[in-house]
Design a protein around this ligand. Structure first.
Ligand code: FES
Length: 167
């Protein structure tokens, strides 16, 4: 093998090695660009342990899921029982996306109803529209239940039953 041939082989192998390293780096960069950010992954599923959030009957709390307010109400003993309640043991809950079904304002809890300040709409403790322009009940978010832990964003039979009751 001549010196010229050896030199050409060396240059060819060098280009090949540089191309392989460059390709590998590009693949790593592409994977990082395509993978969802940790904040996006976290926003997809939100866990709420109903036994650990200090929920008091008749005093709803609001959580955030995918940028939307989620109302969680533990009903008092004298609130109406409803097929769309989430029942855990002897407790009954209302779970709803906290956006008015008229034009999307966030209703506020006043004593025992959610009142919408935008056009006066009202929803009862079941999340059903009872007054004003809202055309339908508050929407139930998809969730699953494991013991007392809700996982928002994960469709389960409990949220399906609530959605069906409100249809
Ligand atoms: S947006 Fe709530 S009543 Fe209009």
């Amino acid at each position: 093998m001549s010196n010229e041939t050896k030199r050409r082989d060396f240059i060819g192998m060098s280009f090949g090695a540089v191309a392989a390293v460059g390709g590998a780096i590009s693949l790593v960069g592409m994977k990082q660009a395509w993978d969802p950010l940790p904040s996006v992954l976290a926003a997809g599923f939100v866990k709420i342990d109903l036994s650990k959030i200090g929920l008091e009957p008749g005093k709803p709390q609001t959580f955030k899921w995918r940028g939307k307010p989620i109302f969680v109400l533990e009903k008092t003993a004298d609130m109406e029982k409803y097929d769309g309640d989430l029942v855990i043991g002897d407790k009954r809950y209302t779970i709803a996306i906290g956006l008015c079904t008229h034009l999307g304002c966030i209703p506020a809890w006043k004593k025992d109803v959610w009142k919408c300040a935008c056009h006066g709409g009202e929803f009862n403790a079941n999340g059903q529209e009872t007054f004003g322009p809202p055309p339908k009940p508050l929407v139930v978010p998809p969730f699953s239940l494991n013991g007392t832990v809700l996982t928002l964003g994960e469709t389960g039979k409990e949220s399906d039953a609530m959605i069906k009751a409100r249809a």
